[in-house]
Design a protein around this ligand. Structure first.
Ligand code: PGA
Length: 256
């Protein structure tokens, strides 16, 4: 089964003023306006989502938020509601990033609630998984995470999930995980999906790699049939780097 490549950026809280976020969103919109062979997504710093949404609505760029509350509305001071994401025209929600788990103590049941809310609002959940350190425990850790974050999701909704495989130890570093290690992990994830949900889901779910992706490693990382794209952090803040990485993913996928 051919899956549509998907590549994009999470700005975390690196670019937090409206002028800078809008300027980057404008460039993304312009540079990728003719791209039809891949999904491109842009996830700005939360405080800039409103002006960014104004730039990207009615474009081919998917935009979304870095987190939502685990309930749609109610008593959750300081959280961001999916109702606002809907209102802003977002179509993607990033869920369970390693930083949210580590710093804000998000647990799997919270993450699972967020995935369900996102799917029930017809948005794409970009669900982050990844082992905390390299080694033999990797497969068990990935299995536990996948089963817990996707528990009780109706079968027909599963194919809308995008998994971001981000080994926690490879985020924010100079170099990503070794290419062969990444490819092995993606194959493991597909096997886990196949055993848990069947081969239709294994074939349908898109899995992208994230963690210190840059233009120097993007082609190799995405050059495996089980890798459907990349999640970029720091090395995509420069639009030329971002564009180059997107084009390398497109190239890798065109050759396969
Ligand atoms: P990085 O971030 O590319 O800066 O390592 C990636 C991520 O956390 O998604």
């Amino acid at each position: 089964m051919k899956r549509r490549p998907i590549v994009g950026i999470n700005l975390k809280i690196y670019i937090n003023t409206m002028d800078k976020a809008v300027a980057l969103a404008e460039l993304v919109k312009e540079r990728f306006k003719d791209v039809s062979d891949a999904d491109i997504f842009f996830i700005p710093s939360m405080g800039t989502i409103y002006p960014v949404s104004k730039v990207l609505q009615n474009s081919n760029i998917i935009y979304g938020v870095q987190n939502i509350a685990s309930i749609a509305n109610g008593a959750m001071t300081g959280e961001f509601s999916i109702e606002s994401a809907v209102d802003l025209g977002c179509t993607m929600v990033e869920i369970g990033h390693a930083e949210r788990k580590r710093i804000f103590k998000e647990d799997y049941s919270m993450i699972n609630e967020k995935v369900k809310l996102t799917l029930n609002n017809n948005m794409i959940p970009l669900v982050c998984i990844g082992e905390s350190e390299p080694g033999d425990a990797r497969e068990d850790s990935l299995k536990e995470q996948i089963l817990k974050v996707l528990i009780d999701i109706p079968h027909h909704q599963l194919s809308n999930v995008v998994l971001a495989y981000e080994p926690e130890w490879a985020i924010g570093k100079d170099k990503p995980a070794e290419t062969t290690y990444v490819h092995e992990s993606h194959r493991m994830i597909r096997e886990i999906l196949s055993k848990a949900y069947g081969s239709d889901i294994k074939d349908a779910i898109r899995i992208i790699y994230g963690g210190s992706v840059k233009k120097e490693n993007a082609l190799d990382l995405s050059g495996h049939p089980d890798v459907d794209g990349l999640l970029i952090g720091r090395f995509g803040h420069d639009i030329n780097n971002f564009e180059e990485i997107v084009n390398l993913v497109r190239k890798a996928k065109e050759e396969k």
